[in-house]
Ligand binder design. Structure first.
Ligand code: BG6
Length: 494
């Protein structure tokens, strides 16, 4: 679907997100004919920059990070002429009036009917001010639609998120706010819904009668990189848990929506978040949630530094770079099924994977009651490999009744010619088309914070040092015990 003509304002246009993700996404959309010619991009940042310099930045970002590369000069000039730059002190209202003038010029030039999408790739402390000033500067007075796209972190806890939301609501309506969780833009995350709701052999088994447990792993090999300043205040629970992890869980656990409309889907997702069993005490948090911080370790023959040695990290920091939790969804479908979730930095592989482990058959007629068959698994691979893998039991060829597990595998990312769109491409496209399905609604954000706040406040009461794991290992051993005490283990990820 081609997007309606619009001006895209990228606030934070000289930053990392714009360079790595946003400009490449806009170029891919253009190459696929989804943007047409009635669009314009205005890069906004404090730094002075000429239009020419800005277009050079955009060019470099595309050549480095985009799945399409620029093929000829004429095509590049046609694309690049849609880009201009505005140096703006975001607290200075006069700057917004100049921005308005620049906007009206590009709208007239490209025949854009007043639709304006404001993408704030900025620190959240600035969201409120920018929104007020957009309004005061007349940027929201055009006849088309106005949409605000914002990046996480959406607050630090429930109270700060509420405050931020109230500020935004003074200018934008809920349906005009698009809160990005880039995991929801990933091809395989969106595929979870299709796998579940379009296949007769999954949905009937998708419940506590047939599933013994579900494991969600979001592992990263990178450390905190150059983001120590932000990360040391956030930690894995806020950085990955409150958003990506819980969003993935809702996609796995939600009831089928009655219609494929954004509000129906988000209604179902928020019901899952409301059904999460809250940890009732600090003791329950201790029993069900494990945290750890990476210490110096080895990987691929290289010594990796510990978290406390990283740039802009407090050398006595107790911030977690790993957490694992056992979570229950207290509803009819999932009563009694543990969801084990884990995420961490400096783990051995980069992967996002969901493992659905099915219950044992009532009896083992092959090996006798004492022996257990290997359980059936359904594995959804989100990233970097994209695909599905099913583990079943079958007769070992040439034997009378020996059983061996075999894998049926569909690897989407291995297929030649499939080059899945990047998350940001889908999300920018959806926002411009007014489809908020894969954005988080306020009640989802708030309910997720309420769940996470209990864990964070139990940790805040703990004294003593956080436990550590060697960089390059699979995290603290307690995370294995979390499953072992229920008779399960983490399935190895690929
Ligand atoms: C971001 C987190 O939201 O997601 C980062 O802030 C993390 O800490 C990143 O590295 C992981 O995203 P992806 O798409 O690489 O799995």
């Amino acid at each position: 679907v081609k997007t309606p003509g619009a001006v895209y304002f990228i606030f934070g246009a000289t930053g990392d997100l714009a360079r790595r993700k946003l400009f490449p996404a806009i170029y891919s959309l253009y190459r696929e004919g989804k943007l047409g010619e009635d669009f314009a991009v205005i890069g906004v940042a404090r730094r002075p920059r000429s239009g020419e310099e800005f277009r050079d930045d955009v060019y470099r970002s595309i050549q480095e990070f985009c799945r399409y590369s620029v093929e000829d000069d004429a095509e590049w000039s046609r694309f690049a002429e849609h880009f201009s730059y505005k140096s703006l002190d975001i607290n200075n209202i006069d700057g917004y009036r100049e921005l308005l003038q620049q906007t009206e010029e590009v709208e007239a030039r490209f025949g854009i009917p007043g639709n304006r999408l404001f993408y704030l790739a900025l620190a959240p402390e600035l969201f409120g001010n920018v929104s007020f000033n957009l309004q005061k500067g007349g940027m929201l007075d055009s006849s088309g639609w106005h949409r605000l796209v914002i990046e996480k972190p959406f607050g630090y806890d429930l109270i700060s998120a509420q405050k931020l939301n109230e500020e935004l609501n003074q200018v934008f309506k809920e349906e005009e706010i698009y809160r990005i969780d880039h995991y929801l833009g990933k091809e395989m995350v969106q595929n979870i819904e299709v796998i579940r709701f379009a296949n007769a052999f999954f949905e009937p088994l998708w419940n506590n009668k047939h599933i013994s447990n579900i494991q969600i792993t979001l592992s990263e090999t990178v450390g905190v990189e150059e983001r120590g300043g932000y990360y040391d205040n956030a930690g894995a629970l806020r950085d990955m848990g409150q958003n990506h992890m819980l969003q993935l869980l809702t996609m796995i656990a939600m009831e089928p929506p009655s219609r494929l409309l954004a509000e129906d889907i988000r209604d179902e997702k928020v019901k899952v978040l409301r059904s999460l069993r809250p940890y009732a005490s600090a003791q329950e948090v201790k029993e069900n949630v494990v945290r750890g911080q990476y210490a110096e370790g080895e990987s691929g023959g290289k010594t990796l530094p510990g978290y406390r040695q990283e740039d802009k990290v407090d050398p006595n920091s107790n911030t977690e770079t790993y957490f694992a939790a056992k979570v229950y969804v207290d509803n009819f479908r999932w009563a009694g099924v543990p969801f084990y979730i884990r995420t961490g930095k400096r783990l051995p592989v980069k992967t996002t994977e969901v493992v659905v482990e099915f219950k044992q058959m009532p009896t083992n007629v092959y090996l006798g009651q004492k022996h257990k068959l290997e359980p059936n698994l359904l594995v959804i691979r989100v990233n970097p490999m994209e695909g599905i893998y099913i583990k079943i039991n079958a007769k070992k060829p040439g034997t009378e009744s020996q059983i061996s597990p075999l894998a049926m595998e569909f690897c989407q990312s291995c297929q030649v010619g499939i080059n899945s769109p990047e998350a940001y491409e889908r999300l920018i496209h959806d926002a411009a088309n007014g489809d908020s399905t894969y954005f988080t609604r306020w009640d989802e954000v708030a309910t997720a914070w309420a769940f996470v706040d209990r864990i964070a406040s139990a940790w805040a009461q703990e004294s003593g040092d956080i436990s550590t794991y060697a960089a390059g290992s699979w995290g603290p051993e307690e995370a294995d015990q979390l499953l072992a005490q229920d008779g399960f283990h983490w399935w190895p990820v690929n």
